[in-house]
Design a protein around this ligand. Sequence first.
Ligand code: 1HN
Length: 347
Amino acid sequence: MGATLTTNELPAAYRQGLKDKNLVALWPLMRSALPYGKPDRRSQPVVWHYRDIRPDMIKAAELAPIEKAERRVLALANPGLGLENVQATPAIFIGLQLIMPGETAPNHRHSPSAVRMVIEGEGGYTVVQGERCPMEKGDLILTPSGLWHEHGHSGTGPVIWLDALDLPIVRALEASYAVEGEPQVVRNEPDSSQSRYRRAGLVPYRSLDTRRTRYPLLRYPWKEVREAMLALAEVTPQRELVQLAYVNPETGRECMPVLGFSAIMLRPGETIALPRRSASAVLHVISGDGDAEVDGTTLPFSDSDTLAIPTHAKVLLANRSTRTPAFLFQIDDAPLQRKCGIYEVSN
Ligand code: 1HN
């Protein structure tokens, strides 16, 4: 393939004529739109250490009163994508949110979908569409597009959680907006992980016949996910990844349309490659110490750290402990990529 023409090689009058008519010659842009062989990526492999962020979170309680902040969030922004764009990866927004005892983050709903995972503190809860979801460390709580949600804190000490949203996608579609609402009326029953969907493999009978609820399960308690991971690890051969996907219990498919969620366990002393995928990802360390080698960059991680993994990256994960497992929570854009027909996996 020979060198392609640049815009400057076109006669000035022709260029001006195109501009005046809102036209653009594609041939000089072809290679940046469609790079050969592999995509150009601006996203960098990044690690955000919780120990560095925590003091800034606590300080935010003074600097940003909840009444004025609406949501007290520090965004984990990938420098390769421009900090002002608040993207951890091109599809994934990640923030850390702080709520203090007695505070409430007011009721609202919005077009982007969100999930939360608690990092520290007890007594936090999120009400989603009238369902009160307690937030214990490691629990995954969904607030899908359009569902009312508000947060509260009835315990002591700070509560800090990780927020993940498909905001960059919804913003790119110029479809991002929110609506504020009155406080919700909370249903007097436990969340559905403790009632209707108490156990994997069992669903309310009528769900076989009736039109399915789109989001039947909003809370995935870590206590149960952890037990399931330990049991899976027992039967998973060495050199095979111990990984569980969070799915919709009625469809068995991904629980949200754009972002996907899974838990990874690194057994004591284990070093293992992730499959190489076209999806970008964020890894959040629920517990453990180790190293992630991402496209040749080594990122050390400990409890509550968060890492950005660019699309198509080569990832090697190592658990530094020979005694305890490490647990990682993975957020990726594989569901969206599957829908677009662009999802690829290789080993
Ligand atoms: C949002 O609504 C929440 O509801 C958290 O807690 C983080 C980040 C960007 C836009 C909206 C929440 C958010 C957000």
